[in-house]
Design a protein around this ligand. Structure first.
Ligand code: ISL
Ligand code: CA
Length: 565
């Protein structure tokens, strides 16, 4: 276990550059803004910074639609500014991970422009082109797949009269990974970024890159537009072959210092193991989505009450499934997250963002960081930022939200107010409001007009006030990060869930050799009697979030981490 990779004790911090810090007053966060806030990241104590995409992009999906992989978008800065940021981070002992979006490009990438120019263009096969299919109302899309961000996964290109595939927006055509030249171009681009000094990649929807080439219709879902094609592209036929090839071509010989994390929506535990088993040389770890799907219906924005037992048991199953074998050999590794740029704020979603904001934010942070895996902190999470206030549809910026609203209201005749209500709870825009650095009008994010309105609660929720308040969320994250660095049991101890069916108690142990930690959290706004604490009477409190922290009663949203005496 002494040989466990460096990232088993690391904490990653995700920056969504657009909303982090704006240096030039145009209202959009940028690289120079990030450079001006490195003291904060260093003080927090994180090891790795993951930057959401900063490459050249027309920004239909805030950079997840790349038109030039080799350059920085002018809205964020330039390559010299990037090199300066990278050097600053390295000087401070932090690593930098780039977002890698290679399931699709922008429709304005030269590859796609060439590919669409004629049916015999040499790059025609770099994307998924198909001729129209005969149907009742005349020729139409080649299959029935619905897209994540639009009704159909297919858009007709007038120039050649064929359709191209896009699992996301029409401005995000899918690359054809069956084509060897595509794969080689991607690997060469990745090598150039590594040569430039970056320390790894977070790979966007990487489990979607291999598709069943016959592209069959998917099952129809009640209430949804189109069919569900996921069975034909989730962990598709050649996915493991492609990732092993990428590993050989890009990472072999230098992977010990790097970190790779795959974003893998819809991944099963079985596939998760295949992706992260070190013996297979694919990825270091993955983001799975099971735990963040439990409070949603089958529809993307259908809010459902969360069952705590379901959440605990789900995470525990992944702890076990990607945990060490009986002989101690690592079989995989978990990424630990509750927030990112696609998820609503955790304190609003799983806690109480009113009266118990600090308590519930620190409770969830403690529970997550005490699991086995690599924790990810999303910007603003470390100060307990909350969901924002959306009055009307114009307050949303995300194309996923806007397209959903249009589809529901205009196409399906849904009640606009009901659709807005769903978006308020689950929209990705909740995560994308500017970081609240201070209590001033634009929260210290910009001197201009921010691209997205600052959350109106900036005068109560901001870094300046958070740093030194009693029960500070920021100070709590600092302590949790330090704990992971220093404590071998937090890093590598075996995980065991206790009281799996209890509706409001979150309890588990971590055990390494003779050392044992107990984590108990009260996931409710009422005091909770916890009889199992009687057996831990002489244990030492390692970290907690409420004064007192003794006895067998947990206060509302109280969490304790105890070390057996
Ligand atoms: O955000 C979602 C709802 O949970 C998902 O539908 C999301 O689109 C999916 O997880 C893929 O996300 C990634 O790829 C998208 C991009 O818009 C997201 O920001 C990115 O994280 C397309 O590149
Ligand atoms: Ca700017």
């Amino acid at each position: 276990r002494a040989t466990a990779p460096w990232w088993t004790s690391a904490v990653v911090y995700q920056i969504y550059p657009r909303s982090f810090a704006d240096s030039n007053g145009d209202g959009i966060g940028d690289l120079a803004g990030i450079r001006s806030r490195l003291d904060h990241l260093e003080e927090l104590g994180v090891d790795v910074i993951w930057l959401s995409p900063i490459y050249r992009s027309p920004q239909f999906d805030n950079g997840y639609d790349i038109s030039d992989y080799e350059d920085i978008d002018p809205v964020f800065g330039d390559l010299a500014g990037f090199d300066a940021l990278l050097a600053d981070l390295h000087r401070r002992g932090m690593k930098l991970v780039m977002d890698l979006v290679v399931n699709h490009t922008s429709h304005l990438h030269p590859w796609f422009i060439e590919s669409s120019s004629s049916t015999d263009n040499p790059k025609r096969d770099w994307y998924w082109w198909r001729s129209p299919r005969a149907g009742e109302g005349g020729p139409g899309a080649p299959n029935n797949w619905r897209s994540f961000f639009a009704s159909s996964s297919w858009t007709l290109d007038e120039t050649t009269g064929e359709y191209y595939l896009h699992l996301f927006a029409p401005q995000q055509p899918d690359l054809n990974w069956e084509n060897r030249e595509v794969r080689e171009a991607v690997y060469a681009m990745m090598r150039r970024w590594l040569d430039r000094g970056v320390d790894g990649f977070r790979m966007d929807v990487i489990n979607f890159i291999s598709k069943d080439t016959s592209l069959p219709d998917g099952p129809l879902e009640p209430g949804a537009v189109g069919g569900d094609g996921s069975a034909f592209y989730l962990s598709g036929p050649r996915i493991h072959e492609f990732l092993q090839e990428m590993h050989r071509e890009v990472f072999a010989g230098r992977d010990a210092e790097l970190i790779t994390v795959g974003e893998t929506p819809g991944v099963t535990l079985e596939d998760g193991r295949l992706f992260t088993d070190p013996a297979r040389a694919e990825l270091d770890m993955i983001f799975q989505f099971e735990h963040v799907s439990l409070d949603r219906g089958p529809g993307r924005y259908e809010k459902r009450a969360l069952s705590l037992p379901a959440l605990k048991q789900s995470l525990a199953r992944w702890q076990d499934g990607l945990g060490p074998a009986d002989d101690g050999r690592e079989r995989g590794w978990n990424s630990l997250y509750l927030n990112n740029h696609d998820q609503p704020r955790l304190v609003s979603r799983y806690g109480d963002d009113g009266r118990f904001r600090r308590e519930s934010a620190t409770l969830w942070a403690t529970i997550l960081h005490l699991h086995r895996g690599t924790p990810y902190v999303y910007q603003g999470e470390e100060i307990g930022m909350t969901n924002t206030t959306f009055t009307a549809i114009d307050d949303f910026a995300d194309l996923e939200a806007l397209n959903h609203y249009r589809e529901q209201v205009e196409l399906l005749g849904a009640d606009p107010e009901a659709v807005l209500e769903d978006l308020r709870a689950l929209s990705r825009d909740n995560a994308r409001t500017p970081v609240q650095w201070d209590p001033t009008e634009q929260a210290g994010f910009t001197t201009g007009t921010p691209w997205m309105a600052v959350n109106p609660n900036r005068s109560e929720v901001n870094l300046v006030d958070e740093r030194d308040a009693p029960g500070s969320v920021f100070r709590h994250y600092q302590r949790l990060i330090r704990l992971r660095h220093e404590d071998e049991t937090v890093r590598l101890g075996d995980f065991e869930l206790l009281e799996a069916a209890h509706p409001t108690l979150y309890a588990f142990t971590r055990t390494l050799g003779g050392d044992r930690l107990l984590v108990v959290g009260n996931v409710s706004g009422e005091p909770l009697e916890v009889p199992l604490l009687e057996r831990w009477g002489d244990a030492a409190l390692i970290i907690g979030n409420r004064d007192g922290g003794t006895g067998t009663t947990l206060q509302p949203w109280e969490v304790r981490v105890l070390r057996a005496g």
